[in-house]
Structure formats: structure tokens, C-alpha cells
Design a protein around this ligand. Structure first.
Ligand code: 5GP
Length: 194
């Protein structure tokens, strides 16, 4: 494949909408895709590795990085801090990668302010009932956390019109194909720049 121009693609959607699964599937199909690893102050879940799933850090270290301008964006989500490391993202875009950020709505809107040429893609669950079933079915979070995530989901869904594109994750294969086509269309669009 010929080298394509770098792009920044921001993917958001409520917890349980299937963002993580969709992103891992698109990584298998888009050879120049690259996913940013965020920093967080939340505790690792079972099986999560530092530097792979997140850079896990304490709040003091996180605050130092904020002060140093080390984040492209950062936000407080579900009681913890999350942020996108700036340097690695800028490097990957410069190398011509299709850079994927899987971040929340507050973060997505901040990224659009600093990099107006980015593409905001919202992953939508087929319904609130299905979203709740998926969150409970995961079995990783206690009831009060699921309820908090459902409340956040309602707020996030209300902001989907801020996004350039929406992909409904009603069928994993169909949604993956739609996302891959979108990314290919961004990579081929030579208008505008980041
Ligand atoms: P989780 O704790 O389930 O891994 O992620 C919780 C939420 O934080 C998700 O909505 C995820 O998209 C968001 N998130 C993960 N990394 C970042 C980040 O770097 N910045 C922002 N703003 N949100 C993030």
C-alpha cells in the first residue's frame, strides 16, 4: 500500500457500545492504523498491563504532566483522570499513520479545538436496553458503577450531534466495515490538513 497522509481519528461512545472491540478489529484491517495509549489514574483491571492498555499513574504524576503540557487533552471520567499523551500522537501523525484516539466526549471536543482537521466518530449502541445488558454482562463492574456509566451514557448520547460521523454497533462485522471505510475515506481525502 502506498504511504498515506496521517490522520487523527477520535472515537467516542458510551462504555459498552463496543469501541474497544471495534478498534481492535480495525487494527487488523487497516495496516497503517495506530492507537494511542492513554494515561489514567484509575486502578488497572484484571489482565490490564501498564504501557499496553494504559499508562497507569498516581494523581500527582498526572497533574505534573498536565502542568508540563504533556497531554493533547485530558478529562475527569467516572471519577478518574484520563489523558492523551501529546508527543507520541504528534509523531505518529507526522509518520503518516491513521492515529486512533479512543476517548470520552469531553476529550474529543478538546482535540477538535487544538486539531480542527481531526475526524470525530461516535459509536452508538443499538439501544439503552442493549447497552445496559452489555455492561452487566461484562461482570467486571459492581451495580453502582454500571448505574453511573448508564447515567454518563445518556449525557454522552445527547452529544453525538457534535460528531462528524456516527457508526451504530448493531452488528459487529457491519460496524467494523463501516469504520474501516470511513478511515479509508479520510486517508484518501487530500483536502485540508491537521
Ligand atoms: P475505561 O476506564 O473503561 O477504560 O474508560 C472509561 C472512559 O474513559 C471511556 O469512555 C474512554 O473512552 C475514556 N478514556 C480513555 N482514555 C481517555 C483519554 O485519554 N482521554 C479522555 N478524555 N477519555 C479517555
Amino acid at each position: 500500500m502506498a504511504k498515506r497522509k496521517g490522520n487523527l481519528i477520535v472515537i467516542s461512545g458510551p462504555s459498552g457500545a463496543g469501541k474497544g472491540t471495534l478498534v481492535s478489529r480495525l487494527l487488523e484491517r487497516v495496516p497503517d492504523a495506530w492507537v494511542s495509549v492513554s494515561a489514567t489514574t484509575r486502578q488497572p483491571r484484571e489482565g490490564e498491563k501498564d504501557g499496553v492498555h494504559y499508562f497507569f499513574m498516581d494523581p500527582d504524576r498526572f497533574t505534573d504532566l498536565v502542568d508540563e503540557g504533556g497531554f493533547l487533552e485530558w478529562a475527569h471520567v467516572h471519577g478518574n483522570y484520563y489523558g492523551t499523551p501529546r508527543a507520541s500522537v504528534e509523531k505518529a501523525i507526522a509518520e503518516g499513520k491513521q492515529v486512533i484516539l479512543e476517548i470520552d466526549v469531553q476529550g474529543a471536543l478538546q482535540v477538535r479545538e487544538v486539531m480542527p482537521g481531526c475526524h470525530l466518530v461516535f459509536i452508538e449502541p443499538p439501544s439503552m436496553e442493549i447497552l445496559e445488558q452489555r455492561l452487566r454482562g461484562r461482570g467486571t463492574e459492581p451495580d453502582d458503577v454500571v448505574e453511573k456509566r448508564m447515567r454518563t451514557a445518556k449525557v454522552e448520547l445527547a452529544q453525538k450531534m457534535e460528531y462528524d460521523n456516527t457508526v451504530m454497533n448493531d452488528d459487529l462485522e457491519r460496524a467494523t466495515e463501516e469504520l474501516v471505510s470511513l478511515i479509508d475515506s479520510f486517508a484518501c481525502d487530500t483536502r485540508g490538513s491537521l
